[in-house]
Design a protein around this ligand. Structure first.
Ligand code: AMP
Length: 209
């Protein structure tokens, strides 16, 4: 199954992707994670990407599309994948059509007020990428790999506002672009509740094919 997860930053795409990966045995491809790996390297590209991410802007389409092309061509993507955070512009979506077909686009819906609240209290494991929220997880290190959790630079209040504006301007138009493949889910409830709805939908889809 080839899935796109669409939704504003902080709407819960990453958490959902991890659950789908486990049950449906397809890899999560997060452009944000790929860029965070690039930033760890010492290169001119790393410095450029770091500054862009810190501001909440988008990495240029050419760079993003190339990185995605390389990742999708790996053998683990043959049976399908979940794209988490890609495409984020109409240009990326059009390019994606030349690379691969897509079965379904899941739109994760959440109000901006709740997004700001959740992003401000989000903590991330810089080692394994696991995501936590300080309202429900009180420890300072990752449950899975014991690495000290961090607050991403772009989860700080000054950047969150910009990321939401960038989403409205560049990414929200994709809802219309994918109108025929869209499954909408609210992530206002718990991650378990949100995933239950998605899982039922995906299982039905699998049974039909
Ligand atoms: P995310 O972890 O998905 O919230 O992404 C973090 C940051 O990585 C974004 O704010 C962008 O700066 C960059 N990024 C991730 N995915 C894309 C994309 N598809 N196109 C351009 N920039 C992206």
């Amino acid at each position: 199954m080839k899935i796109i997860l669409l939704g504003a930053p902080g709407s819960g795409k990453g958490t959902l992707a991890k659950q789908i990966t486990k049950d449906f045995s397809i890899p999560q491809i997060s452009t944000g994670d790929l860029f965070r790996e690039i930033v760890k390297t010492e290169s001119p590209l790393a410095n450029k990407v770091k500054e862009i991410m810190k501001s909440g802007a988008l990495v240029p389409d050419e760079v993003t599309i190339q990185i995605m092309k390389d990742r999708i061509s790996k053998p683990d993507c043959e049976k399908g994948f979940i794209l988490d955070g890609f495409p984020r512009t109409i240009k990326q979506a059009i390019e994606l059509q030349n690379i691969s077909d897509i079965d379904i686009v899941i739109l994760v819906n959440l109000s901006n007020d709740v997004i700001v609240e959740r992003l401000s209290s989000r903590r991330t494991c810089p080692n394994c990428g696991e995501i936590y929220n300080t309202t429900t997880y009180k420890k300072e290190s990752c449950e899975k790999c014991a690495t000290k959790l961090i607050q991403r630079d772009d989860d700080k209040p000054e950047t969150i506002k910009n990321r939401l504006e960038v989403y409205e301007k560049n990414t929200a138009p994709l809802i219309n672009f994918y109108s025929e493949k869209l499954f909408m889910v609210s992530s206002a409830g718990s991650p378990i509740e949100t995933y239950a709805k998605v899982k039922t939908f995906l299982q039905d889809l699998e049974d039909k094919n």
